[in-house]
Design a protein around this ligand. Structure first.
Ligand code: ZN
Length: 427
C-alpha cells in the first residue's frame, strides 16, 4: 500500500511540475518584474502565449508540450533552442516532432556513478569566478578593485589592494579541491586569476584577437558593417564596456553549458554601493545571492532573451536555484558571521530584484543568471570594503592542501562546497 502511495506521489509530483499552473506560479514568483510582463505573456487554460512588441501572438506552448520542452531545453544548446522555437511559432507539435524530440532527447545529466564510495561521483559542477583584471591598468577599465590607504593618519604605509578577480579565482580553486575530493568533476571558466574566459588578459586580447574576432562577427552577419566600423574605432575602455564584457560573459556561459553541469556556481565579492568610489572602508557588511528572473518588458524585445525566458519558465531551474542559493546564503551567514541582506539594504536590491521566499536570495536578470542552463547560485558572500574584511582578505596566511589562502576565503569556499553538496544529494 505504502509503495503504491509513493508511486502515486511521484507521478503527481511529476505531472504537477509540468502544468500551466506551475509555470504561472514561476512567472509570478520569479520572472514577472513588477507586473511589467502582464501584456507580453498570456496564460490560458491549455496554452501559454508569448507576444511580440506589437502585441501579436508569437510563440505558443500547449500544456501537453511542457514536460517534453522542459527536457528539450535542459538537454540542448542555445542554437538548437532558438531554431526550434522559431520554427514552432504558434503551431502544435506534430506527432512526428514529438517523437523526434523524444528520440534525440538523451538526458545529458543522467548520473553515471563510477565510484560508489565517493558521494559526488558522477556529478559535474561548473564554476565561474567573476571578472578578470589583476593588474591596475586592466582593473581601472574593469573597475573591480580596491586600492587605497586604510588609515592615512596612523599607518600611512598600509595600503589596501584587492582585485575581485583574484579573490573569486582563489575561491574557485578551493571549492574545486573540496568538491573533487568527494568525487565530483569540476570545471572553472578561466585558467588563471588574471585571465578572462579566452585565457588571456584584456590587453593581450586587444593586441592579438580584437581584429580577428570583430572581422569574423561581421563576416557571419552577427554585427553590421557600420557596427564593426564603430567598434574598431572605440577606445579600449569603451570597447570593454560596449562589447567585450558581454562577449566574455557569453563565452563563460557557453563553456559552462557545454559541460552540462548538474549545478553551477558564479562567484563574486561585493562592495557597499554607498561607499563609491571605494577609497575608504565601510562599516556595512551583508551577505546575499542572486538567481535568474526579474525580466522587464524591455528585456523581452530581444529574441535571444525570449529563448532564455522560455527555458526559465518551462523548466524547474529557478525553483532549484532558489534551494541552492538559500542554502549557500545560510552557510555564508553561519561560517562568516555576516547578516543576511534584505531588500532595503541596497538600492539595486530594491530597484532591480524580486524578493524570493528565501531570505537573502533575490531574482535578478544578470547575464550569467539568465545564460547558464542549470540550477545556479550567483553568490555575493561579503563586502570587500568592510573595515576588517579588507584586511583579512589581503592575508595569505593559510595553506589548504597546497592552495595559499586566508580564513575568510576558506569559509566562503566551505559554504559553496557544502551548499552544492547538500543540494545535489537531496535531488
Ligand atoms: Zn563582481
Amino acid at each position: 500500500m505504502f509503495r503504491i502511495f509513493l508511486l502515486f506521489l511521484f507521478l503527481t509530483n511529476n505531472i504537477l511540475s509540468q502544468t500551466i499552473q506551475k509555470c504561472k506560479f514561476r512567472f509570478d514568483k520569479y520572472l514577472n518584474y513588477k507586473n511589467t510582463l502582464n501584456n507580453r505573456v498570456i496564460f490560458e487554460k491549455n496554452v501559454i502565449y508569448l507576444l511580440d512588441d506589437k502585441g501579436n501572438k508569437e510563440t505558443a506552448i500547449y500544456e501537453n508540450e511542457i514536460a517534453l520542452l522542459a527536457d528539450f531545453f535542459s538537454n540542448s544548446d542555445f542554437k538548437e533552442q532558438r531554431h526550434f522555437i522559431k520554427q514552432k511559432g504558434l503551431k502544435n507539435l506534430s506527432k512526428q516532432q514529438f517523437d523526434s524530440i523524444k528520440v534525440k532527447g538523451v538526458n545529458k545529466r543522467k548520473l553515471s556513478k563510477k565510484d560508489k564510495n565517493l558521494k559526488l561521483a558522477g556529478y559535474r559542477i561548473a564554476i565561474d569566478p567573476g571578472h578578470s583584471a589583476a593588474n591596475l591598468t586592466d582593473a581601472k577599465i574593469e573597475q573591480k578593485f580596491l586600492y587605497f590607504v586604510k588609515d592615512s593618519v596612523n599607518s600611512p604605509n598600509d595600503t589596501i589592494k584587492l582585485f575581485e578577480s583574484v579573490l573569486t579565482f582563489n575561491t574557485a580553486l578551493l571549492v574545486k579541491k573540496m568538491l573533487e575530493e568527494e568525487g565530483a568533476k569540476v570545471l572553472i571558466t578561466r585558467n588563471q586569476d588574471n585571465y578572462n574566459s579566452f585565457n588571456c588578459n584584456y590587453n593581450y586580447w586587444l593586441k592579438y584577437h580584437k581584429h580577428r574576432v570583430l572581422d569574423s562577427l561581421k563576416k557571419s552577419d552577427i554585427i553590421s558593417v557600420h557596427e564593426h566600423k564603430r567598434l574598431i574605432k572605440l577606445k579600449d575602455r569603451d570597447l570593454f564596456w560596449e562589447f567585450f564584457r558581454d562577449f566574455d560573459l557569453n563565452n563563460r556561459a557557453k563553456i559552462m553549458n557545454d559541460f552540462f553541469p548538474h549545478a553551477s556556481l558564479v562567484i563574486h565579492y561585493n562592495v557597499d554601493e554607498k561607499n563609491n568610489p571605494w577609497k575608504q572602508t565601510t562599516k556595512k557588511n551583508y551577505t546575499m545571492a542572486f538567481i535568474g528572473g526579474a525580466f522587464t518588458r524591455d528585456n523581452l524585445t530581444n529574441y535571444e532573451n525570449k529563448i532564455h525566458f522560455l527555458r526559465l519558465l518551462l523548466t524547474d531551474q529557478l525553483d532549484k536555484s532558489e534551494k541552492l542559493a538559500s542554502s549557500t546564503v545560510n552557510l555564508f551567514n553561519k561560517y562568516l558571521n555576516i547578516p543576511i541582506a534584505s531588500q532595503h539594504h541596497a538600492d539595486y536590491l530594491a530597484e532591480k530584484c524580486l524578493n524570493t521566499t528565501s531570505s537573502g536570495v533575490f531574482s535578478r536578470n544578470l547575464n550569467m543568471c539568465r545564460l547558464i542552463n542549470s540550477p545556479l547560485v550567483y553568490g555575493e558572500s561579503l563586502y570587500q570594503d568592510h573595515e576588517t574584511e579588507c584586511v583579512e582578505l589581503m592575508k595569505m596566511d593559510l595553506n589548504y592542501k597546497g592552495v595559499k589562502t586566508n580564513n575568510r576565503l576558506l569559509n566562503v569556499a566551505k559554504s559553496y562546497s557544502q551548499a552544492v553538496t547538500n543540494f545535489l544529494l537531496q535531488e
